[in-house]
Each structure stands twice: as structure tokens, then as C-alpha cells.
Design a protein around this ligand. Structure first.
Ligand code: SF4
Length: 130
């Protein structure tokens, strides 16, 4: 389960309003988010689950990987909100299809990823620079 604040901005994005997610990500600059990532000292492999792909049901993944998921999801829940939002935005920008990002499974991100590719939302800082 992702944290409620992130859940809200993800829900907005799924309805076509990217602004809350992009504004949240602005709180952590793209160049520095890795330094603030809660997972920076964690074993990376735990964020990649064999059964979690963009083509499967996230519900099935959560049932199947219940125990393997608890550790990485706990780390993501402890990540600062703006860092989680930045992590998710960067995953979408780079098209990271696999692994847990921003507290979302790969299977949970796939519809968001499709919408990102279609809509190509622009971050506020990029709009100011243009
Ligand atoms: S949200 Fe999770 S995967 Fe992303 S930086 Fe934070 S701890 Fe790492």
C-alpha cells in the first residue's frame, strides 16, 4: 500500500491531472534526489520481484509476493514525500518498466506509464525555463 499523499497525486495523474505529482516532485531537484532516497543504502535486488512485470495484475503480485514486498515497501513509505514523487516522475520520464519506484510496483505503474507517453506532461521548472 502506498502512502495516502502519494496515492492522491497518482490518482489525479490517472485522471489526466499531472500537476499535483509534478509539483510534489519539484520539492526534490532531479539532480539531487538520489542522495535523499531512503533506499540508497538498501539492497537493490529487493526492489525487483520476478513476478512483477508491466503485464500482470498488481493484485496478483501483491498476493504472490506478500512477504518479499514488505521490506522494500517499508523503505518506500519512509522516503520523504517529494523524493518519492521525484522517484516516480523520473521512472516515468525514463520509461523504467521494472522494479518498485516511488512505492509503486512495476505492474501498478504500467497504466500511468502509458498515459505519460501519450500526454508528455511538462514539469513546472521546465515550463519556466522554456
Ligand atoms: S520511493 Fe522507494 S524506490 Fe523511490 S527513492 Fe524512495 S525508497 Fe527508493
Amino acid at each position: 500500500m502506498i502512502r495516502p499523499a502519494l496515492n492522491r497525486v497518482v490518482d489525479s495523474a490517472l485522471f489526466g491531472d499531472w500537476e499535483p505529482l509534478l509539483n510534489a516532485a519539484e520539492g526534490t531537484p532531479r539532480e539531487k534526489w538520489g542522495e535523499r532516497a531512503q533506499c540508497s543504502a538498501s539492497e537493490p535486488d529487493q526492489f525487483f520481484l520476478d513476478s512483477d512485470t508491466p503485464w500482470v495484475s498488481p493484485v496478483e503480485v501483491r498476493i504472490k509476493e506478500k512477504f518479499a514486498l514488505s521490506a522494500p515497501m517499508r523503505v518506500c513509505r519512509e522516503c520523504p514525500f517529494s523524493v518519492s514523487a521525484r522517484c516516480l516522475v523520473e521512472a516515468l520520464r525514463q520509461g523504467d518498466a521494472f522494479g518498485i519506484r516511488g512505492g509503486l510496483l512495476a505492474s501498478e505503474r504500467s497504466s500511468l506509464q502509458r498515459m505519460w507517453k501519450l500526454e508528455r506532461p511538462t514539469e513546472p521548472a521546465q515550463m519556466q525555463a522554456a
